[in-house]
Design a protein around this ligand. Structure first.
Ligand SMILES: C[S@@+](CC[C@H](N)C(=O)[O-])C[C@H]1O[C@@H](n2cnc3c(N)ncnc32)[C@H](O)[C@@H]1O
Length: 265
């Protein structure tokens, strides 16, 4: 299993990624676009993936650099950008790099991590390396937004998650493939707070051939105060902690999200 959330090893994920996300409430897109408008440019998105957030940000007139380790996800992002007007394309730079160790030789007004790429780092050592690299790339008056999920205790204790389940209806790809997504958490390492996750794609091709494709990846869950100590340890001061992308305060809704808006301490 790779350490980039399976996005390097399982290239097929990039094909389905945007379609799958359409089924969830993508409230994070307007949140990150608005924060970029408010805080300013340039923006650096860590783990930009297919450009789900990056492309709307560039379309809003904001200069943005996207960094990701997966060739397949970056290719998807490039493909999407190629159908945008030239001025939008010119606002974007895409880079293949590891969030644990990068040096872009410049700083940014805003650095973001939409949809939890940080949680693919499964050790404290890697988390600290990443936060140190982010801090080195942040303007003195810049902001860093850490987006992670708030671990739900009932969810972690729910043994039924070992079995495949899912509510998303089957969807059709432009090439005629029909895809049914199911997921499961076959194993949890409670000592290290690491979940082994699987996204399972049942694909039916137009010629009726069937495939079962499994995206296996690990995610580390991080509790609120653990994240606060980690951020403080790495030189960040928390300005706001939201529990959702509508900016409601953390704690309003359980489990909600953990969205830290931070600045250099
Ligand atoms: C869940 S996707 C999020 C993509 C995008 N930010 C979004 O909101 O849709 C996680 C992304 O993080 C990237 N990633 C995971 N580990 C990484 C690493 N060590 N360095 C850079 N990118 C990484 C993956 O390749 C993937 O594109």
């Amino acid at each position: 299993m790779d350490s980039a959330g399976g996005y390097v090893d399982y290239e097929f994920v990039s094909d389905f990624y945007d379609r799958v996300n359409e089924f969830r409430n993508e409230k994070d897109i307007p949140f990150f676009v608005d924060m970029a408008k408010q805080i300013g440019e340039p923006v650096l998105e860590i783990g930009c993936g297919s450009g789900r957030v990056l492309v709307p940000t560039a379309k809003a007139g904001i200069e943005i650099v996207g960094l990701d380790l997966s060739n397949a996800m970056l290719a998807k992002c490039r493909e999407k950008l190629s159908s945008e007007p030239v001025d939008v394309q010119n606002r974007v730079e895409l880079l293949k790099a590891d969030m644990r160790d990068f040096d872009l030789g410049r700083t940014f007004k805003l650095i973001t991590t939409p949809f939890r790429p940080f949680q693919h780092l499964t050790t404290v050592k890697d988390q600290i390396k990443c936060l140190n690299a982010i801090r080195r790339h942040l303007d003195n008056d810049g902001r860093f937004i850490l987006d992670i999920f708030n671990p739900s205790i009932p969810y972690l204790a729910d043994e039924t998650r070992k079995e495949e389940s899912g509510e998303m209806p089957e969807f059709e790809m432009p090439d005629g493939r029909k895809v049914l997504l199911r997921s499961r958490v076959p194993q949890q390492d409670f000592a290290n707070q690491v979940l082994d996750c699987e996204m399972i794609y049942y694909v039916t091709h137009p010629d009726c051939k069937k495939e079962r494709l499994v995206h296996s990846f690990q995610m580390r869950y991080i509790f609120r105060f653990e994240a606060e100590h980690l951020l403080a340890n790495c030189g960040f001061e928390i300005e706001n902690l939201y529990g959702d992308f509508d900016k409601s305060p953390f704690g309003t809704n359980y489990p909600g999200e953990l969205i830290f808006v931070t600045r250099r301490a």
